[in-house]
Design a protein around this ligand. Structure first.
Ligand SMILES: Nc1ncnc2c1ncn2[C@@H]1O[C@H](COP(=O)(O)OP(=O)(O)OP(=O)(O)O)[C@@H](O)[C@H]1O
Length: 679
């Protein structure tokens, strides 16, 4: 990802001057990343580097075809896109639709992992048996069809972990047993799930996502049907004797046992024994851990281990300084500030040695824990680098260094951090803790799994990941707008409550919910540096009148919308020597006549039929937010209101979510054109 950004941000160095650490950072970060990528490739047991045809031919070796000549066309004399069941897009293999071929043998997932553009797999109506293959190695899959085979056994709970793009999972009419794996229920984009005709047991999990198609019939599921599924057709659940609650007519026994059939007293006894044994084991293990910890605490750290600089320490050169100890003393004296004013302890944050925590609800750790943790450079921004550090409890934290945060004194800084720490909104990444030293500050926050919007918009293709589709882009715009409105309402005293809104400062959760970061920092940043690097100071009003206003954030939102829709990186998409982000506005204005113009929009957005009107409306809105005349520009409230009115529209449209294979229409693989399908 960083390699991709090297060229983009590199241009930014010369264009917008967004990178402060200039050539050194620009060189070190990509080089480190390159090494990481190389390491990754060397250690990955898949067969990256094979051509599509080589990967498919390797895959073929694991198959046994019952139908004579079923795979006869698969040979290296012809291109793979002409082979039976191989679906291509732009010359790359995009899908395998191998149905009704009496196939058995095994499914060589490592060979399939060599198909970097693979998005859809269908092995329906064959004779595959054995356990559920490790499809999670194909993390970019959008649909998986395995119905009508003889797969058997329990599907591991984490079998679908990391498959964030998966929309359709059809496993009907197999012999799967055990519980429905939790990792299916938490898939962020799941729309269709068919598990009917298996032997699944246990309760139905709560699904994170609203499903368009669900069939759980003819299994051995028990217990209360989750509330979120209570409006579904009762046929979805038929043939499961132990299920109760709406939409079925069977009411559940008691709310306490959630309608689970009561275990008989004979079956309850072993359960009770197991519970007691488990509880005892846990108590013993905890006791041993506490004992060992107490002993270790009294020991000197082994020389050459603890005394060696830790990873983050090595990378950053940060050490726990004297300043930190002074913080600690202050904390123990009830947070008496240097001016002698006593600060409210809760509001001032709870100090844990020299990290100051801004949230009561977070597990405490110390700066030393962070410094000891193995660290990875995420990237280098205008004010310093950001590092990901994994704590010993497994939590991934991000430590961001700010070297130019010296516009305010210590006390003012603390007060400001406390103010930011009190903000609570679904679309804001909370600041968990901070570290203060005169020369530099560290802000600590959670690691966002999907990285930044910038990477998702401009970097995923090179990593073989699918790009963001229109509904996801709209969801992101809405979330950003909501977060921004909240900042404007809760930080009314700031001129530009965000001030640094750009795609690398919008992070994405597992469910593609956007989280704003680096907000509210303008008052803390050294004025000269802020003018040099921060987004608000690139606005037309600042360039023309040296003014930053509340509407400056609206302009930032507008630029972000244009970036999301066009896929153009604002700072470097033009090569003709223009300077500011306004260039993107001029480029859009030049090509936009108020109606749909395919050349303007990001092709990576995928199919957009039936949504064009909404996309055009959002583009118009983006342009209004970028209105150079501040007086004519929309207020933040108006902009957000208009954004909320926009619709995805694909949900009513069969075409957008059409399935190229359906178990009822029986179309042959060759009868479907790539244009007519969207998975
Ligand atoms: N909490 C986080 N989780 C995941 N990725 C993060 C997190 N914070 C930052 N990043 C990513 O790390 C990279 C470096 O971020 P950083 O904030 O240091 O610089 P930037 O956003 O590129 O520039 P600026 O300093 O102007 O904000 C960016 O790609 C950013 O999206």
């Amino acid at each position: 990802v960083n390699i991709v950004f090297f060229s983009q941000e590199g241009t930014r160095l010369s264009n917008a001057g967004a990178f402060p650490q200039k050539l050194f950072n620009a060189m070190t970060v990509p080089v480190v990343s390159l090494l990481l990528v190389l390491l990754f490739h060397l250690s990955t047991p898949t067969i990256h580097g094979l051509s599509d045809s080589e990967a498919i031919l390797k895959f073929k070796k694991s198959l046994v075809a019952g139908k004579p000549n079923a795979l006869a066309s698969w040979d290296d004399k012809t291109p793979p896109c002409t082979w039976t069941g191989v679906l291509c897009n732009g010359g790359s293999v995009w899908g395998l639709q191998m149905e009704n071929l009496e196939l058995s043998g095994s499914i060589d997932i490592d060979a399939l992992a060599g198909l970097t553009s693979l998005r859809t797999l269908s092995f329906m109506n064959n004779k595959f048996g054995g356990p559920f293959p490790e499809f999670k190695k194909l993390s970019a899959l959008k649909s998986l069809y395995l119905s009508n085979n003889q797969f058997e056994g329990e599907i591991p709970m984490n079998a679908f972990e990391g498959m964030g793009w998966l929309k359709k999972v059809h496993l009907a009419q197999n012999k799967f047993t055990g519980q429905i794996p939790m990792s299916i229920a938490t898939l962020p984009k799941l729309l269709e799930l068919r598990l009917d005709g298996n032997e699944f047991t246990g309760q139905i999990p709560e699904f994170e996502h609203k499903l368009h198609v669900l069939n759980l019939s003819n299994n051995a599921l028990i217990g209360r049907i989750p509330e979120s599924l209570s409006m579904m057709d009762p046929n979805v659940f038929q043939g499961n004797k132990g299920l109760c609650g709406k939409p079925l007519e069977t009411t559940c026994d008691t709310p306490i046992n959630e309608g689970r059939p009561k275990p008989s007293s004979s079956s309850r006894t072993p359960l009770v024994i197991m519970a007691v044994v488990t509880a005892l084991t846990i108590v013993i293990i905890i006791g041993v851990i506490i004992l060992v910890n107490c002993k270790n605490r009294n020991k000197q750290p082994p020389l050459g281990l603890e005394t060696r600089p830790s990873s983050l320490q090595k990378k950053t050169g940060i050490r726990e300084g004297d300043q930190g100890h002074r913080d600690r003393q202050q904390s123990s004296h009830g947070n008496v500030s240097r001016r002698g004013k006593k600060m409210d302890t809760a509001a001032a944050g709870v100090e844990n040695t020299n990290l100051t925590f801004l949230r009561e609800d977070r597990e405490r750790f110390e700066l030393q824990d962070l410094l000891k943790a193995s660290a990875e450079i995420l990237g280098s921004g205008c004010f310093g680098a950001s590092y990901k550090a994994v704590l010993s409890n497994g939590a991934s934290m991000v430590v961001k260094r700010f070297k130019q945060m010296n516009n305010a004194g210590r006390e003012e800084f603390q007060e400001h951090m406390n103010r930011l720490g009190r903000l609570r909104h679904n679309n804001l990444l909370p600041i968990v803790a901070y570290y203060y030293r005169k020369e530099e500050k560290l802000l600590v926050c959670d690691f966002a799994e999907r990285g930044s919007l910038a990477v998702n918009l401009h970097g995923n293709q090179s990593l073989g990941q699918p790009s963001l589709d229109w509904p996801t882009r709209l969801k992101i715009v809405k979330g950003v707008a909501r977060g921004l409105l909240y900042l404007h309402q809760d930080l009314p005293s700031l001129m530009a409550p965000h001030g640094h809104l750009k795609s690398s400062n919008v992070l994405l959760t597992k469910n593609f919910e956007p989280l704003l970061t680096d907000y509210g920092l303008i008052p803390m940043i050294n004025q000269v540096k802020a003018e040099e690097h921060m987004v608000a100071y690139k606005s037309p009003e600042y360039l023309q009148h040296r003014r930053v206003t509340k509407k400056t954030d609206v302009w930032g939102l507008g630029i972000l919308i244009l970036e999301i829709l066009t896929g153009k990186f604002p700072a470097n998409f033009l090569q003709d020597g223009k300077k500011s982000e306004e260039d993107l506005v001029s480029w859009v204005n030049l090509g936009f006549q108020g109606v749909w113009a395919p050349g303007l929009f990001d092709k990576e957005m995928g199919k957009t039929s039936h949504c064009e009107g909404q996309i055009v409306n959002l583009l118009k809105l983006g342009l209004s937010c970028c209105e150079p005349d501040v007086e004519k520009r929309l207020e933040i409230g108006e902009a957000v209101e208009k954004i909320e009115e926009l619709k995805e529209q694909q949900e009513d449209s069969d075409d957008f979510y059409s399935t190229y294979v359906s178990e009822t229409d029986g179309r042959s693989p060759k009868g479907v054109s790539i244009e007519s399908i969207n998975l």
